[in-house]
Write a protein that binds this ligand. Structure first.
Ligand code: GLC
Length: 540
C-alpha cells in the first residue's frame, strides 16, 4: 500500500465495521474477522479509504466487546490474532487502511487485573489500578460519591469485602485508575502490539473519560445525563487526559505511514473537543455536535461553520458523521421529533421512504464538506433503524438497566443484508442464525439487490465517493445566498452543492452541469426544480 499520500487522513472516508453484524463466516450467527476479510473487495469498490473496526478482543461481551478481558487476544467469537493479521494485510493489498478500536477507560471485570484486585482485598497495590473506595454511611452502605453510570443506576458496585468500585458504564466495565503508572505503561505496550501487527491507527473509546478529578468529588446536581449533555463534570474531559494523548502521539509518530488516532470525546464545546486534536495530540475527533444537529438549514450552516472554525484553529481536519453503533440510524433520527438529540431516545417508526430521502440528502451534503467523513456500515444501503426488536432479543446493557441514557442501541446493530430473499440474507450461511433478527423487508435492501441499480442508495454512495476523489481539492467552503431553507456552497471555484431543507420544492437557476443528486430533479430551460430533502452536486 502506498505511503506516499501525505496526510491521507485529512480528507479520508472511513467506514465503520461493527464486526458482530457485518459478515459471519463460521455460521454461528455472529459476524467475524474471516467474514470481514471476505468482504473487503466490497469496501474497495465502495470507494472508502479506511475501515474502523469496533472491538474484536477477548471479552465476555457484556457490552458487545467494549468490555475487554485481554487487549492482545482476539475473542474466539471473531477469530484469532492470525485472522487479524491477515485482515490487515489483505486490506493493505487492496489499498485500504485499517483502524482498530482501543478501549482504555475501562476493562472487563474478567480482566486479570480486576480479578487480582478483587482477590487481593482492600488496600492492596493491585487494587490501585482501578478505583476502589470505602462507601459512605455508617456501614459504608452508600456509594462513595453521587456519580451515575451512563447506562443507568449508580456508577459504583459493592464487592464482597465491602468496598465499592467505579464503573462509568456497566458494572462489568470497571474504570482504570489512570493515575497508576502501570496503567499508562500497559496501554503504551498495547498500542505497540497492534501497530507492530500493522494497523493504521486507533479509535479511542471514551477518550474524554480516562482522567477523573482527583478525590472523585460529588457532581452535586441532577446526575441523569447523556454523554453529550455532560457539561463541566468531575468525571469527564479533565485536562490531564491530554498528557496521555501526547505520549501516544509520540508513539504513533515513531511508525511509518502516518498512523492516526481518532477520539471519541464527548466534550461540552467544540473548542474543548478541538483540544484533543492539537498538533501534538490525536489526529481527529468525532464531531458529535454535528451529528446532533437538526435537519434545518440555519442550524446546519451554523454548525458546519462552527465545526470548521474550531478545528482549523488547531490545524486539524473537521470530521463529519451521521450514524454509528451507538445512535439511531439517520434514516430515522433525522425524521424524529427530537432529531436534535444524538441518542438516548427510543427510536420511533417513521415513514421509511421519506426517511430514506432525507438520509440520502444528508449523506450527500456530508460527503461534500471539507474534512474527513465517517460512514457506518449499512448506511450505504439506506438501512432503517429496526424499531420493533422484541425485548427478549435485545442485548444492549443499557436497555436492560432500564433507566440508561444510551439505551436502545440494538436497532442500529442488526446484521447487514448481502444477498438472497430470506434471512440471514447472506450475512451467514443460508438458513443460518443471526444474533439479531433482520426484518423481512430487507431483501430489497441487500447489496445484491442494489448492486449496479441506477438510483439505489448503494449506487448513490459509490458514485459520490468516486466523484469526491476527483472533484475536491483544498478545504475551502464559500456559502452562497439562497432562498430560505436552502443551503448552497461552493468549493474550489468549480463545485457547488445545493441542499433543499425547506420542506417544499424550490426552483433555482441551473448553475452548471449536474454531477449527482440524492433524488430526481427536473432541469428545463436553465431552471432546476429541486424537491424537498434533496441534495445536488454541480460542476460549474
Ligand atoms: C463508547 C462506545 C459504546 C460503549 C461505551 C463504553 O461510547 O461507542 O458502544 O458502550 O463506549 O465502552
Amino acid at each position: 500500500m502506498s505511503d506516499l499520500v501525505p496526510a491521507w487522513w485529512r480528507d479520508a472516508v472511513i467506514y465503520q465495521i461493527y464486526p458482530r453484524s457485518f459478515a459471519d463466516a463460521n455460521g454461528d450467527g455472529i459476524g467475524d474477522l474471516p467474514g470481514i476479510r471476505s468482504r473487503l473487495p466490497y469496501l474497495r469498490d465502495l470507494g472508502v479509504d479506511a475501515v474502523w473496526l469496533s472491538p474484536f478482543y477477548l471479552s465476555p461481551q457484556a457490552d458487545a466487546g467494549y468490555d475487554v478481558a485481554d487487549y492482545r487476544t482476539v475473542d474466539p467469537l471473531f477469530g484469532s490474532v492470525e485472522d487479524a493479521r491477515g485482515l490487515v494485510a489483505d486490506a493493505h493489498d487492496l489499498g485500504l487502511r485499517m483502524i482498530v478500536d482501543l478501549v482504555p477507560n475501562h476493562s472487563s471485570d474478567q480482566h486479570v487485573w480486576f480479578q487480582q484486585a478483587l482477590a487481593e482485598g482492600p488496600g492492596s497495590p493491585l487494587r490501585a489500578r482501578y478505583h476502589f473506595r470505602d462507601g459512605r454511611g455508617p456501614q459504608g452502605e452508600l456509594p462513595p460519591n453521587d456519580w451515575p453510570s451512563i447506562f443507568g443506576g449508580p456508577a459504583w458496585t459493592r464487592v464482597a469485602d465491602g468496598q465499592w468500585y467505579l464503573h462509568l458504564f456497566a458494572p462489568e466495565q470497571p474504570d482504570f485508575n489512570w493515575e497508576h503508572p502501570a496503567v499508562a505503561d500497559e496501554f503504551r505496550t498495547i498500542l505497540r502490539f497492534w501497530l507492530d501487527l500493522g494497523v493504521d491507527g486507533f479509535r479511542i473509546d471514551v477518550a474524554h473519560g480516562l482522567v477523573k478529578e482527583s478525590g472523585l468529588p460529588d457532581i452535586g446536581h441532577d446526575t441523569s445525563w447523556h454523554l453529550l449533555d455532560v457539561g463541566e463534570s468531575p468525571c469527564f474531559d479533565r485536562d490531564g487526559v491530554h498528557d496521555i494523548y501526547r505520549s501516544w502521539r509520540a508513539i504513533l509518530d515513531e511508525y511509518p505511514g502516518e498512523r492516526i488516532a481518532v477520539a471519541e470525546a464527548w466534550a461540552p464545546t467544540l473548542s474543548r473537543v478541538a483540544a484533543y486534536v492539537r498538533p501534538d495530540e490525536l489526529h481527529q475527533a468525532f464531531n458529535f455536535s454535528y451529528l446532533g444537529t437538526a435537519w434545518e438549514a440555519g442550524a446546519q450552516r451554523a454548525m458546519i461553520d462552527a465545526s470548521l472554525a474550531a478545528m482549523s484553529a488547531v490545524g486539524a481536519p473537521t470530521t463529519w458523521t451521521l450514524s454509528n453503533h451507538d445512535v439511531v440510524r439517520h434514516t430515522n433520527r433525522l425524521m424524529q421529533a427530537h432529531e436534535g438529540e444524538v441518542a438516548g431516545k427510543r427510536p420511533a417508526a417513521v415513514d421509511e421512504a421519506a426517511g430514506l430521502r432525507r438520509a440520502r440528502a444528508a449523506s450527500l451534503l456530508l460527503l461534500a464538506l471539507p474534512g474527513s467523513a465517517y460512514l457506518y456500515q449499512g448506511e450505504e444501503l439506506g438501512l432503517p433503524e429496526v424499531v420493533d426488536l422484541p425485548p427478549e432479543v435485545r442485548q444492549d446493557p443499557a436497555f436492560h438497566r432500564a433507566t440508561g441514557q444510551d439505551g436502545y442501541r440494538d436497532g442500529c446493530r442488526v446484521p447487514i443484508p448481502w444477498s438472497g430473499t430470506q434471512a440471514p440474507y447472506g450475512f451467514g450461511p443460508e438458513g443460518g442464525p443471526s444474533w439479531l433478527p433482520q426484518p423481512d423487508s430487507w431483501a430489497g435492501l441487500s447489496v445484491a439487490a442494489q448492486d449496479g441499480v441506477p438510483g439505489s442508495t448503494l449506487t448513490l454512495y459509490r458514485d459520490a465517493l468516486a466523484l469526491r476523489r476527483k472533484v475536491f481539492a483544498g478545504d475551502d467552503l464559500t456559502w452562497l445566498d439562497s432562498p430560505a431553507g436552502v443551503l448552497a456552497f461552493e468549493r474550489g471555484g468549480d463545485f457547488r452543492c445545493t441542499v433543499n431543507m425547506s420542506g417544499a420544492p424550490v426552483t433555482l437557476p441551473v448553475p452548471g452541469s449536474q454531477l449527482i443528486a440524492s433524488g430526481p430533479i427536473t432541469v428545463e430551460d436553465g431552471v432546476a426544480v429541486i424537491p424537498a430533502d434533496t441534495t445536488v452536486w454541480w460542476s460549474l
